[in-house]
Design a protein around this ligand. Structure first.
Ligand code: PFF
Ligand code: NA
Length: 446
């Protein structure tokens, strides 16, 4: 496979594309419920520490490989391994990444479908006048309805794949340009609104005053997995975007900007959601439904509440759209690497993900008690194992390749941060990111 000539149209476009991949369900849906289930502030603290110590440096490693290879993840790895005169088996890392995003996208599409449902219900005014119990019951009824959920899952996957089939660097740019600033603005409004509720102060305590007795191995592993997930690192998905990176752009600056935005979005979502939790006396450990039952309660009774709520779900949908496009990319690129045309590769990926998604849909009704592994149903399985185990393993291998295998000059050029920046990055990855990920992963296995 030859070097790609495709490029993002500007440095800003590249940063927007990576931000689009990073900001999604991970920030607005997953971060609040994981924080709720994992002891509050300690989870936040660990996750931010992991973002700084491993998420950002490994993100750079991943993008560097794509940028130096300028091919699909699998081909970049094979090509660079050849340059480094080492085994071509590194290319299987690209396949492993594709497998990881397969499982992630299968539930990501289902949960994004929930946003479609809620967008429609909000605009219909269905939440007006409902109390917490009724909003909860409404959500339960939706989850118990596999047909409605399948419809939304299908619709979302079609949206995603129509952009993927056309090639990512075109459609994506316009989408990101419009959506991101609107999403930030709306989150600011939500936080200001939260500040006027009784739950605001307890929410801040819950998020920012750590109770260190709550730390367990499980909490540490969850925070590790979440750091990779939220930054979209560890599955070769950003590697695919790195291949289109412009020639002169400092990578540390871009990665830093993305990480700051990503954490900021999570914090704003967390403040908004936990303020509702504490003003309504709800349970922070409510689980994956947390965002879907809190926000309608918070917003439905405001003036223009249905519109605010509808706008929120619309923006969430756009944010998950840009992330799922990124999730699909390594699979499509890998199949293309095996010689398939892009359109056919996209169709195969869509079909496979759709089928796997059905298992997640049914995990809320007929298959709720079908346990696949360690007492988990399918949805529980795919929302934990790929994130907490596959992404860190992928990240570890990516970091090892970039910091130990890649020839120094190639890596130096791909990072584009000068010799000192390069030395700092490589020292951090070699002696902090890699060992730390290993230690946390191993302690999880034991
Ligand atoms: N970063 C995305 C989010 O926070 O919603 C999810 C994601 C995208 C994970 C791409 C992994 C990935 F490769
Ligand atoms: Na994210």
């Amino acid at each position: 496979m030859n070097e790609t000539l495709e490029r993002w149209s500007s440095r800003r476009a590249f940063i927007l594309a990576v931000t689009g991949a990073a900001v999604g369900l991970g920030n607005i849906w997953r971060f609040p419920y994981m924080t709720g289930e994992n002891g509050g502030a300690v989870f936040l603290l660990l996750y931010v520490a992991f973002v700084v110590l491993l998420g950002v440096p490994v993100m750079m490693a991943e993008i560097m490989i794509g940028r130096a290879g300028r091919r699909s993840p699998m081909h970049s790895l094979a090509y660079l391994a050849q340059q480094a005169k080492t085994t071509p088996h590194w290319r299987w890392l690209g396949v492993f990444g594709a497998l990881t995003v397969f499982f992630i996208l299968s539930f990501y599409s289902v949960v994004s479908g929930w946003s479609i449902e809620f967008l429609i219900e909000a605009v219909n005014g269905d939440f007006v006048g409902l109390g917490p119990a009724e909003v909860g019951a409404n959500f339960e009824a939706f989850l118990a309805d596999p047909l409605r959920m399948t419809f939304n899952h299908t619709l979302f996957l079609l949206l995603t794949m129509s952009v993927v089939a056309a090639g990512v660097s075109n459609g994506l740019e316009k989408l990101n340009n419009l959506m991101m600033p609107l999403l930030y603005a709306l989150l600011v409004v939500l936080v200001i609104h939260a500040a006027f509720t009784d739950g605001f102060a307890p929410a801040l305590v819950w998020l920012f005053r750590p109770d260190f007795s709550a730390i367990t191995v499980g909490v540490v592993i969850n925070a590790l997995g979440h750091a990779f997930f939220t930054l979209a690192v560890g599955a070769c998905a950003l590697m695919a975007y790195g291949a289109y990176m412009p020639d002169h752009q400092s990578l540390p600056r871009a990665a830093g900007a993305v990480a700051i935005l990503d954490v900021a979005v999570a914090l704003m979502a967390g403040i908004a959601i936990f303020s509702v939790v504490f003003s309504q006396g709800m349970d922070p450990g409510e689980g994956p439904g947390l965002m879907f039952v809190t926000l309608p309660i918070a917003l439905a009774d405001l003036p223009w509440g249905s519109l605010w709520l509808g706008l929120f779900f619309l923006l969430l949908l756009l944010a998950t759209w840009t992330s799922s496009i990124n999730l699909a990319e390594p699979m499509v690129a890998t199949l293309q690497g095996f010689g398939l045309r892009r359109s056919r590769a996209t169709a195969i990926v869509a079909g496979g993900v759709w089928l796997a998604g059905l298992l997640s849909v049914l995990s809320f009704s007929t298959m709720a008690d079908v346990h696949w592994l360690a007492g988990m149903n399918f949805f529980e399985l795919v929302t934990t194992v790929p994130t907490d185990i596959f992404l860190p393993i992928g990240g570890l291998l990516i970091a090892t390749f970039a910091a130990w295998v890649l020839p120094r000059d190639t890596a130096l050029r791909a990072l584009d941060a000068g010799p000192n920046g390069f030395r700092a990055w490589r020292t951090l990855v070699r002696f902090v990111s890699i060992p730390l990920t290993l230690v946390v992963l191993l302690s999880g296995l034991i």
